[in-house]
Design a protein around this ligand. Structure first.
Ligand SMILES: Cc1cc2nc3c(=O)[nH]c(=O)nc-3n(C[C@H](O)[C@H](O)[C@H](O)COP(=O)(O)O)c2cc1C
Length: 352
């Protein structure tokens, strides 16, 4: 049980952007629910899932596919058809009716997409894959080789990100979070393990950084930079991603070039935010040192750790994934010092 005084810093209001005041510093971390209809619209249960957590300062949805042919996991919803947009409207409206704020996480899986779902092979910066079984629920799959993206296809993906962001805002979302973390497409561009290109999109830190920067700038121009957040993983830790010395020169270019762009926030993507030698500290500390704007901390934080990061200026906001999945009323429980339910697989199975 956490006494309310130990988490008081999480209950300070915060002006995230000129148009978005958060009543507290608690963020729902994006968490895939593996629930979608046959056409990849979110299920009717999504509205209740998010609305029941609307007391958070900010909700971030599960990863949402920006286009067809990029799915890698069972029943993950999209935002690329009118039907998707209509279904997401209900989610945003339900959250707003409960007084909440919600960003949609925009997701392109790159080489982590799988032809099992749509019979087209995955596309990625380079044709690099790491053979073996995939960590996957409800289906058994092996990693498969991706096809290297052409220049025209890269331009097409930038346009799809923009279209998805416009649809999210049209559906009533307060903004979008670009999923640049956890080894998906933007990270596949900036890390050397997955980017072996020698054209304008690879070969130097500046060119490896280019894709992420262009997505952010393009979305900023389309919907306003204050409606755009960016999730980044300073550590290679997921999706068979591997660290190569020199990788982070590209990450540093991304952070430096975007630091004046007026984005809403940068958000740590890591399963447990431990110190790492190659980062000279935790992933959140790495971002904090390089990002002059708002930092959202995450990574197996306890509420006390989140509060102490906020109180010390280590981050402005603290995101909770598993704890918030297990406790829809996390905010209320923390404010009253009530005990929290532990997270378990059963929490995921209960989603509708
Ligand atoms: C079931 C589950 C689904 C997740 N799905 C996503 C996702 O869609 N997008 C993402 O960026 N991170 C995803 N994550 C990672 C979380 O956002 C978070 O970074 C991670 O769980 C560590 O934080 P926590 O200990 O507070 O949960 C997921 C995590 C879990 C447990």
């Amino acid at each position: 049980m956490t006494p309310p005084e130990a988490v008081a810093a999480l209950f300070q209001p915060f002006d995230l952007t000129p148009r978005l005041r958060l009543p507290n510093r608690i963020v729902l971390a994006p968490c895939t629910r593996n629930r979608a209809l046959g056409d990849l619209s979110p299920t009717p249960g999504a509205a209740g899932h998010y609305a029941s957590r609307a007391a958070a300062g900010l909700l971030v949805t599960e990863g949402v596919l920006i286009s067809p042919g990029i799915q890698g996991y069972v029943d993950t919803p999209g935002i690329f058809t009118d039907a998707h947009q209509k279904a997401w409207e209900k989610v945003a409206a339900a959250v707003h009716a409960r007084g909440g704020r919600i960003f949609m996480q925009l997701w392109h899986l790159g080489r982590m997409a799988h032809s099992h779902f749509h019979a087209v092979p995955p596309r990625a910066p380079s044709a690099v894959f790491d053979p073996g079984p995939r960590r996957q629920s409800r289906v058994t799959l092996e990693h498969e080789p991706p096809v290297a993206l052409s220049e025209a296809e890269i331009m097409g993906i930038l346009a799809e990100f923009e279209q998805a962001a416009l649809r999210a805002v049209a559906a009533g979302f307060d903004g979008v979070e670009i999923h640049g973390a956890n080894g998906y497409l933007p990270e596949q561009f900036w890390r050397m393990h997955t980017n072996r290109r020698s054209d304008g999109w690879g070969g130097t830190p500046e060119r490896r950084a280019r894709f992420t920067i262009e997505v952010c700038n393009r979305l900023g121009a389309a919907i306003g930079p204050d409606r755009v957040g960016l999730r980044l993983s300073p550590m290679a830790y997921f999706s068979e991603m591997k660290y190569t010395p020199g990788d982070n020169l590209a990450l540093d270019v991304i952070l430096a070039r975007l630091s004046g762009a007026g984005l809403a926030y940068v958000h740590t993507g890591i399963v447990e935010d431990h110190p790492e030698e190659v980062l000279g500290g935790t992933s959140t500390q790495y971002l904090r040192r390089r990002w002059p704007g708002v930092v959202v901390a995450n990574g197996a934080l306890t509420p006390e750790q989140g509060a102490s990061l906020v109180a010390s200026g280590g981050a402005e906001l603290a995101a909770f994934g598993k704890l918030f999945l297990a406790n829809a009323d996390l905010v209320e429980r923390l404010s009253r010092g009530q005990p929290l339910e532990p997270y378990s697989r059963a929490v995921l199975d209960a989603f509708t």
